[in-house]
Design a protein around this ligand. Structure first.
Ligand code: SF4
Ligand code: MSK
Length: 626
C-alpha cells in the first residue's frame, strides 16, 4: 500500500505506517502530531539555559542576542544553569530506576516473610550467589531466611549514609579506586539523589564541574546500585532469563482473542498478570464471550521483562503504545510506572479499551485505577484480567485493524546465559576479541523520540556495527527495534561481518544479544567488568562503546552518565540540552576523558555514529595490543 510521504518519514516500521494512516483516517492524534504542533521547540530549553529553580525567575540566558541577559537574577551563568538542569535530569532518572529496584527489594522481603501472594523464589542459585556477595551466611539456612537477609541488605543500600554500595565492587579495582579518588564512589542511593536536589537549590552549588561530579556519583548509584538491585532481585524472584524464542511487533495482537497489554517497567505486576491470564477459569470465561483465548503481550520494558522470562510477545516500543490502542483490538492496557503516555486515557475512550493503572505512584486521567499490592497480588491480577475478559463483548470488530507485521526473535541473554552460550567461561569471547573475529562490543540502548525517524537511529546504527564485526548487546526500546527487524535471530549473523558471523554461527547466537529492560543495562556493566577483570585492565581500556540513538527520558541521561563514569565512550543520537554552556559541553565531550577515561559524543546520523564507535574500538584494540 502506498502511504503519504509524511507518514513514511516518521518511521522505518511498516506497522507504524499502517497505524499512522489509520489514525489519520480516524482523526486521532498521536505523539508525532503533538510533536509537530510543538515546533519550533523552545530554543532556550533546547540549549538548557532556562531556570525556574526559584521564584525570582523564571530566568533564561540569551545566547542569541548580545544585549540579552547573560545571568539569572541571582547571578547564575549559562554554565551554572545548564549544569544544574543536567544533574537534575540525572536525579530524576536515577530515582526512577532505583525506586524500581526498591520495589523489587520490597517484594522479595514480603515473599521471604510469607506475606505476598503468588510470588516465590525461583532462582535459589542466584539467591545464594548474591547472599555470598553480601557476606550473608547461606549454609544450613532456608531460602526464605537467606532471602530475608538479602532483601534487608538491598533495602539498606537506599538509605545508607556512609560506606559503599555492594554491587559497585563488581567494577574493576582500578575503576573503584578512581571513583574514590574523584569522590564519586556513591554512598546510599537515595543520599546521592537528595544531594543533587540540595545542591541545585538556589544559592548552593554553583560550580559546574562540582555539580557534574555529583551527577556522575548519583548515576553510578543508579547503574551499579539501584538498577543492579532491580535486575538481580527480579532474577531471584522470577528466574534468571535464558534464551527463548518469541515474536515482536503489533501483529502479535490477535483479532479473535482477548488482548491484554502490559506496559511500563516493573515485572512485579506483569508476572502476576501473565500467571492470571493462564487461569483455566478465566480462559474458559474468555471462550464463553466468543474469544478463542487470552493473549498477553508487552510494550516498553515490561514487554522485555515478560518476553525474556516467558516468551510473551512484544507488541512494540515506546512510540507504538498509542498505535496499539488504535488497532481497536485491545481489551486492557495495564500499566505500572515509567514511559506511559498520559494520552492513553483520552485515546482509550475513543475505543472500548480499558486503560488500567495499578501503581499508587502513577495515576492517569481517564484511567481505571485497580491498585496492586503484593499481599493480594494474584487475586488483584485475576480481577484485572477478568475486567479485560468482560470487556471483549464491548469490542467493535468493525473498528479493528491489526497490522500483520510480526517478526521472530530470540531474547533472554542474561549474563549467566551469555556465559553458558560460551560454554561456561568468557574465554571464547576473549579469544574472539583478541583474534579480531569480534572487533569489539557495543551496548546500544534507549528509547524512541519523534525528533528522529522511529527505529531508524536504532537499526541504522546496529546494522552498521554488526557489519563491522562489533557484537551488539541491547536493552530497552532498542532491543524491541532490533527484534522487529529480525536482528535478534541467529540467522541475522548473515548480515554480520565475516568474523562476527563465524562466532555467532559456531555458538548459535544472534549478532545482537537481547539483555533485557532498561535496568538490565546493569547486566552489560557486569559483563564489561568481568571481561576487564579477566584481562587485568580497567573497563576504559576495553574495545567497547555505548550508544542511545533515540533517547528521550531522564533515565537515559542517568544511564549515559553511569556508562561514561564506568569508562565507556557513549554516542547520543538526540542532542542533550547542554549546548548553551561551553563549560558543560567541553567537560562532557572532552575533559571527561582525562577524568573518567571516557566521553560523550553527539551524532544524529547512525552511520556516522557507528563510525565514531568503531574508531574508538579500534583505538582501544591498538592500545591493548590486540
Ligand atoms: Fe533565576 Fe537564579 Fe532563581 Fe534560577 S535560581 S530562577 S537563575 S534567580
Ligand atoms: S522503555 S526509558 S522509552 S528505553 Fe525502558 Fe523505552 Fe526509554 Fe522507556
Amino acid at each position: 500500500m502506498a502511504y503519504d510521504e509524511k507518514i513514511l518519514e516518521k518511521s522505518i516500521d511498516p506497522s507504524v505506517h499502517k497505524m499512522l494512516s489509520r489514525a489519520a483516517e480516524l482523526h486521532i492524534e498521536t505523539a508525532w502530531d503533538r510533536y509537530e504542533k510543538m515546533l519550533p521547540e523552545c530554543g532556550f530549553g533546547e540549549l538548557g539555559v532556562c531556570c525556574r529553580n526559584c521564584n525570582m525567575g523564571p530566568c533564561r540566558i540569551s545566547p542569541f542576542d548580545d544585549h540579552g541577559p547573560k545571568k539569572g537574577v541571582c547571578g547564575a551563568t549559562a554554565d551554572i544553569i545548564v549544569a544544574r538542569n543536567l544533574v537534575r535530569m540525572i536525579a530524576g532518572g536515577a530515582a526512577a530506576h532505583s525506586d524500581h529496584g526498591r520495589d523489587l527489594a520490597h517484594t522479595l522481603l514480603m515473599t521471604a516473610e510469607g506475606k505476598s501472594s503468588g510470588y516465590e523464589i525461583k532462582d535459589e542459585v542466584k539467591l545464594k550467589t548474591l547472599a555470598v556477595e553480601y557476606g550473608i551466611p547461606v549454609d544450613g539456612r532456608t531460602k526464605e531466611e537467606i532471602a530475608l537477609d538479602l532483601a534487608k541488605a538491598a533495602y539498606a543500600e537506599f538509605g545508607k549514609q556512609e560506606g559503599f554500595i555492594q554491587f559497585t565492587r563488581r567494577a574493576p579495582e582500578k575503576r573503584v579506586a578512581l571513583w574514590k579518588k574523584l569522590g564519586i564512589d556513591p554512598r546510599g542511593i537515595d543520599r546521592e539523589i537528595v544531594e543533587i536536589m540540595h545542591r541545585t537549590h538556589i544559592g548552593v552549588d554553583n560550580d559546574p564541574v562540582n555539580l557534574i561530579l555529583q551527577g556522575l556519583k548519583a548515576s553510578i548509584a543508579d547503574g551499579w546500585g539501584g538498577s543492579a538491585i532491580a535486575t538481580e532481585l527480579s532474577d531471584v524472584l522470577f528466574g534468571t532469563p535464558v534464551p527463548v524464542r518469541s515474536q515482536s511487533n503489533l501483529g502479535v495482537l490477535k483479532k479473535d482473542h482477548v488482548n491484554i497489554i502490559v506496559h511500563g517497567h516493573e515485572p512485579v505486576l506483569s508476572e502476576m498478570v501473565v500467571a492470571a491470564a493462564g487461569d483455566p477459569g478465566l480462559v474458559s470465561q474468555a471462550e464463553k464471550t466468543g474469544a478463542k483465548g487470552i493473549n498477553v503481550v508487552g510494550i516498553c520494558c515490561t514487554g522485555n521483562e515478560v518476553c525474556m522470562r516467558h516468551g510473551i510477545p512484544m507488541a512494540g516500543n515506546f512510540l507504538q503504545q498509542e498505535l496499539a490502542v488504535i488497532t481497536g483490538a485491545v481489551e486492557a492496557m495495564i500499566v505500572d510506572v515509567q514511559c506511559i503516555m498520559p494520552s492513553l486515557g483520552p485515546l482509550s475512550e475513543c475505543f472500548h479499551t480499558k486503560f488500567i493503572s495499578t501503581s499508587p505512584k502513577a495515576k492517569f486521567p481517564g484511567a481505571l485505577h485497580m491498585e496492586f499490592h503484593e499481599e493480594k497480588a494474584l487475586g488483584i491480577a485475576k480481577e484485572i484480567v477478568q475486567a479485560a475478559v468482560d470487556n471483549y463483548r464491548s469490542r467493535d470488530q468493525d473498528k479493528v485493524m491489526i497490522p500483520e507485521d510480526k517478526t521472530e526473535c530470540m531474547v533472554g541473554f542474561s549474563t549467566e546465559a551469555v556465559v553458558r552460550a560460551l560454554g561456561g567461561t568468557l574465554d571464547p569471547l576473549l579469544e574472539a576479541v583478541k583474534t579480531g573475529k569480534i572487533r569489539g562490543i557495543a551496548g546500544v540502548v534507549g528509547c524512541n523520540n519523534p525528533k528522529i525517524k522511529h527505529d531508524h537511529g536504532h537499526i541504522g546504527l546496529v546494522e552498521e556495527l554488526i557489519k563491522h564485526d562489533v557484537l551488539v548487546t541491547s536493552t530497552g526500546c532498542n532491543a524491541m527495534a532490533c527484534a522487529k527487524r529480525g536482528l535478534l535471530l541467529p540467522e541475522a549473523a548473515e548480515q554480520a561481518g565475516e568474523g562476527l558471523k563465524s562466532v555467532c554461527q559456531a555458538l548459535g547466537i544472534p549478532p545482537v544479544l537481547h539483555m533485557g529492560s532498561c535496568v538490565d543495562i546493569s547486566r552489560i556493566l557486569t559483563v564489561c567488568a568481568a571481561i576487564a577483570n579477566a584481562l587485568g585492565v580497567d573497563i576504559s581500556d576495553l574495545p567497547v562503546a555505548g550508544a542511545a540513538p533515540e533517547w528521550m527520558s531522564e533515565k537515559a541521561v542517568s544511564i549515559g552518565s553511569y556508562v561514561v563514569s564506568s569508562g565507556i565512550f557513549t554516542v547520543l543520537g538526540t542532542v542533550p540540552p547542554v549546548l548553551g554552556s561551553p563549560v558543560v559541553t567541553e567537560v562532557l565531550t572532552r575533559t571527561a576523558n582525562d577524568v573518567v577515561g571516557a566521553t560523550f559524543a553527539v551524532e544524529t546520523d547512525p552511520v556516522k555514529a557507528a563510525a565514531l564507535m568503531i574508531a574508538h574500538i579500534d583505538a582501544k584494540r591498538k592500545a591493548l595490543g590486540v
